[in-house]
Design a protein. Sequence first.
Length: 582
Amino acid sequence: MRLQYKVIIGFIVLVILPIVILGMVSYHTASMMIQEKISEQTIRTLKSTELNILGAISEIDSLSNTAIVSNDVQETFKKHWDFHANYHDIYERNRIEQALTNLLYINPKIHSVVLFTEKGLNYQKGLGDPLHVNNTHLKRGIKKAVENDGRPVWLGTTESHRILTASEPVFTHLRIVKDRDTMENLGFLLINVKTDILERIFFELYKGESLDIMLIDNYRTILYSPEQDLMGYFLEFDHPGVIFSEQEGSFIESWNGEKSLVTYVKTDHEWTLVSIKPLNLLMAETNDIKYTVATLVIVVILLAVLFNFVYIRKIVYFIDSLNTSMKKVASGQLDVEMPSYASHEMNTMALGFNRMVKRIKQLLYQVKKEQQSKEEAEFKALQAQINPHFLYNTLESINAMAALQGQKDISRMTVNLGKLLRISFSKSPMIKVKDEIQHIQSYLEIQKVRHGDLFSFVIDVDPKMLEFSTLKLILQPIIENAIIHGIELKDEFYSTIKVIGRMSEGRLIFLVEDDGVGFTEEALQAVNEKRNMNLGLGIQNVYERIRLYYGDSYGVIICSTKGVGTVIKITIPITEVRVRGL
């Protein structure tokens, strides 16, 4: 894919897309904050409505408290229980009806009042048809009233409609009447309250608002709503399964085909106040935010596109030109030259590229000249080189003459020198371990003849190691260093050099030990830091060759104590690479 297309894709993904996402997230966040704010405000309004409803209900409860302890109601129930014949007493009936009439006049929201017993005898006022005590729904209400033990029970409009034959929807207040002296159950008081008790509350709190507000029971039947047509119906959303699980809350749900914010608060009478507001009306105030965010996004995108057109395209064009020129240079065309640019940075890079190409030309010419000089020097060196076979033959002649004259030391040194030279002249950098051991043995034999009885040597190498390969001449420089800087400087007459070889965890380990003068801490540190090349040149050379060939995990470790001796450890990997013959 060309760089230009990559830049366009990157521009869209890294600039345009984040700007659009930022705008969408900003709008969504603002909308959610407004929605949450409206939801909290609606919950507060519903709680205020709940308090007003409880106040209206408390007013009826207070009226009921007064009624059940009044002399008229108490005596009526007592006479009913003691004197059955009094039931048809006209005077007694008129007196009770007058008391019930007074109760109705006290609060105009009361629709009707009924006094009854479980045996079915009752007095009533304001109710068209007689109350049927055997009504199943009424019995359920009576059971709740008995369980409440004197506390009132409120029934919603739906339950009231199933109990009564009233022409309009009412809320029913039902409670047990107890003897104020003995606290025995006398009968029941039933007060039907007009829905007007809620109409003014709802109107004052929600006048002018476009919403649906309703009171529902636990079965989600609508008990009251300013929309009279909804009363008695089941509150059902477009998606089934909606529940009011918390004491209060809100959620988004479809109502009558449009998304709405549903807010609810549960009351103390197993009723729930529900507010349903269409989202399109609630979010009207977010339109300004939406238009502002959209405008900002468009402006930023236009600025980004302008920046891309004015600046980014020039950079891409420059990079393409530079890339083309570099490919030409890589193919060997060194006559390439970048033009000048108005941009300071681009012009600097172009000039740098041109200087680099010019320098490459110079270096190539210089390398060519040096190569020619090197070839000439190698040719001259080749002309002057001694033929190894001539040297071997000469040594053999010296050895034969020494043997004839009985010079055994000279003969032995000549033989060992030949072996040394044979390994030194080998062209391969790798030799077998057995050849490296043979090499140091020849070297030690020569040194032993040279130094007389100054030292002895011991070579202890695991036979399993002998056929593996190693870099050549890694032990001889270490042994030479031990003789020169360790044994020759020792005051005592006799020393020992040990060469030990072992295998461990995939590695070949060589130890060169001497009991010479050892290193001082300063001298050892100087060797490790390459500051004393006289002491550590051979060791350093071996270390560098091992590191370059095998890697940093292998090398040389020096341990030394002044007056005791030195141990040098050489570690290389086990390898079975074949080496060319010597």
